[in-house]
Design a protein around this ligand. Structure first.
Ligand code: FAD
Length: 273
């Protein structure tokens, strides 16, 4: 069972700060980590390798320092790492990112399953998994929280839906995006030391290695471009309603009625519970 896990290095924060002048992300002083969902993707992949054999390849597109998340993946039990790094990849939107990852996967060749996180905490689009599957023309299942079986050329998974879950079967090769519900293991210290050594099975590929032209990727190859980035300004000041729950609820109802958002009505204590 050969599994490719897509892994992204992200800033270790959900409070992204912007440069007020340029509108670009302020990364200085912000530590980088493996995208949280991707740790769960590795856990799912390594459990499958433990039960079915085969190998796990970690694949990331990013600057050279993104090699750290690949080392972490090797420490968790991945067998090989590939970093896609090239100045031409910079400024990619989700389409150009998926295209680059898709081309690299086509070069890797044979695989049974691609596992990736549902969503990255910085870009936040949740588009990469579905777009890579579309590019490779393979089935995809999103929002998976359990991989139940892999048998007879198919994978059976459970995916979250609004009011419960669905059990879905997809023929292999397939792609699944996972939620953060797989209880990921910590990387082994010996694995991390090995992953940081010169013998570590990590390759770095550039655009030419995966047969793409500069204008097809990065900012130039992107179908969308950010025109402006800004932090929303608070327009109105909030008002705190003081007092116990009943008093505050009564005051809130009064204010809503005053602003014609609800009809005027006397509210009994019973009604407030
Ligand atoms: C309109 C637009 C313009 C953008 N412009 C820029 C820009 O100018 N410069 C810039 O740096 N970024 C830019 N971005 C962000 C960049 O496109 C995204 O970070 C990237 O495409 C991944 O999307 P995401 O972070 O939303 O990932 P999601 O789709 O939320 O990630 C889901 C999963 O996909 C996998 N994945 C995602 N990214 C990678 C990766 N790089 N390598 C391996 N696996 C991955 C991971 O498993 C992850 O858990 C832009 C995004 C948009 C929407």
């Amino acid at each position: 069972m050969n599994i490719i896990v897509l892994v992204k290095q992200v800033p270790d924060t959900t409070e992204v700060k912007l440069d007020p002048k340029t509108g670009s992300l302020l990364r200085e002083g912000v530590k980088s980590v493996m995208n949280p969902d991707d740790r769960h993707a590795f856990e799912a992949a390594i459990r499958l390798k433990e039960s079915h054999g085969g190998k796990v390849i970690a694949l990331s597109m990013g600057p050279t320092q993104a090699v750290d998340v690949i080392s972490e993946a090797l420490g968790m039990g991945a067998d090989q790492g590939i970093l896609l790094s090239d100045r031409a990849f910079a400024g990619a939107d989700s389409y150009a990112t998926s295209y680059t990852l898709g081309k690299a996967i086509a070069k890797i060749g044979e695989f049974d399953l691609i596992i990736c996180g549902r969503q990255a905490i910085d870009g936040d689009t949740a588009q990469i998994g579905p777009q890579v599957a579309e590019y490779l023309k393979i089935p995809q299942v999103t929002c998976v929280f359990a991989i139940d079986e892999v048998e007879a050329g198919a994978v059976v998974v459970r995916k979250r839906v609004e009011d419960g879950f669905e059990r879905v079967q997809a023929s292999l090769p397939a792609l699944v995006t996972v939620l953060g519900e797989m209880s990921p293991r910590y990387p082994r210290v010996s694995g991390l030391i090995e992953a940081c050594s010169e013998r570590a099975p990590i390759e770095v590929w550039n655009g030419a290695d995966i047969g793409i032209k500069t204008r097809e990727v990065g900012w130039e190859g992107s179908l969308t471009h950010v025109m402006k980035t800004f932090a929303p300004k608070a327009k109105r000041q909030g008002e705190m309603l003081e007092g116990d729950t009943r008093t505050a609820a009564r005051a809130l109802i009064g204010k809503l009625a005053e602003n014609l958002l609800i009809p005027h009505k006397e509210v009994s204590d019973e009604c407030l519970g």
